[in-house]
Design a protein around this ligand. Structure first.
Ligand SMILES: Cc1cc2nc3c(=O)[nH]c(=O)nc-3n(C[C@H](O)[C@H](O)[C@H](O)COP(=O)(O)O)c2cc1C
Ligand code: SF4
Length: 304
């Protein structure tokens, strides 16, 4: 097992290196709830003073950046800090992708405003994602393997507001079919670079680096995203789970890995119970080979 203190030490060192070597060749981050969907904002009744049903509200600096400011303030504490502070943000909520009666949630125009405020508050870079929750049909965009989901979802039942409702839906055929249809329909088959339009909008508004997440695994698409100025860098999650030598393959001249990530999201639904790895059997010669590859996560090569 990798010791957690070793991992934390490596992460801290990664942040320091990123700070020393702009434009941030490495950075480690996670979704930070700088604000939720509009429904969440209703908790700040003291500020809004009107019910959610009253319709859209203007972005308010206090409500929309308060979580981030707890990390950043007092600002003086950050003066001289030697680490890189990056915000992973859901640029557009698409809050009604699954349940059409819900509000759409945050729009890109509102998020651009929030990013401008956060830049003024000292954020070093933005990492552009999507969706009012995690997981969401647009993050990580792809399929939703319903059988594997039902097998693994039990581990989630004790947490979350709607886990029992979701588990009920996933196990009943007409509802699960509808849920799956709405999930896949949301990305509409456009997975690689799904967040580039939002990334481009944020990049036009801020001067710090903007990193884009979402399905990247083709060298020519990544090159075009960078050269067209839609982002300063892309981040890659599942495609590196599927092919951890992807960067070496690019360097060797491949545009794509011979066995690319299929965006099946089996890694995602297994994550609650099983080791992180690629669970798409079709990518391996046999099930045994797949399990061997998954278990290799417990014998990692050193980072350095
Ligand atoms: C198994 C799994 C776990 C993830 N965990 C997190 C997480 O803890 N925090 C986060 O911000 N994103 C998380 N993500 C989302 C990824 O960081 C990434 O934004 C998303 O998968 C889209 O990128 P990709 O298409 O390159 O996979 C996770 C994704 C997967 C597949
Ligand atoms: S299980 Fe493998 S192929 Fe499927 S999304 Fe995850 S990494 Fe990609």
């Amino acid at each position: 097992m990798v010791r957690s203190d070793t991992t934390c030490g490596d992460m801290t060192e990664g942040r320091r290196r990123a700070r020393r070597h702009p434009p941030y060749k490495s950075a480690i981050g996670s979704h930070v709830p700088i604000r939720g969907s509009r429904a969440e904002q209703c908790r700040w009744q003291h500020h809004l003073g009107r019910p959610y049903a009253a319709g859209p509200v203007e972005p308010c600096r206090h409500c929309w950046t308060s979580s981030a400011q707890r990390l950043l303030s007092p600002r003086e504490q950050r003066k001289g800090a030697d680490f890189h502070l990056q915000m992973k943000i859901s640029a557009t909520d698409y809050n009604n992708d699954l349940f059409p009666w819900e509000h759409k949630g945050t729009t890109i125009d509102e998020t651009v405003q929030v990013c401008e405020w956060l830049e003024q508050d000292g954020v070093d870079a933005f990492h552009v994602s999507a969706g009012s929750m995690f997981p969401h049909p647009r993050n990580p965009a792809g399929d939703l393997p319903m059988d594997a989901l039902v097998q693994n979802y039990g581990a989630m039942l004790s947490s979350g507001a709607h886990t029992h409702r979701n588990h009920w839906i996933f196990r009943r055929r007409p509802f699960r079919t509808l849920f799956h249809w709405r999930w896949v329909r949301a990305h509409g088959g456009h997975i690689e670079g799904i967040n580039l339009p939002d990334s481009a909008a944020i990049r036009r508004a801020v001067s710090v680096p903007v990193i884009c997440t979402g399905g990247f695994q083709t060298a020519s698409i990544i090159r075009e995203a960078l050269s067209s100025g839609q982002c300063d860098a892309v981040s890659i999650a599942r495609s590196l789970v599927a092919n951890n030598d992807l960067v070496k393959l690019f360097a060797a001249g491949h545009d794509r890995a011979p066995e690319p990530c299929t965006y099946c999201n089996k890694c995602l639904v297994n994550a609650a119970n099983n080791p992180l790895g690629c669970y798409e059997e079709s990518r391996f010669a046999s099930r045994e080979e797949m399990i061997g590859e998954i278990m290799s996560v417990f014998e990692p090569r050193p980072f350095r």
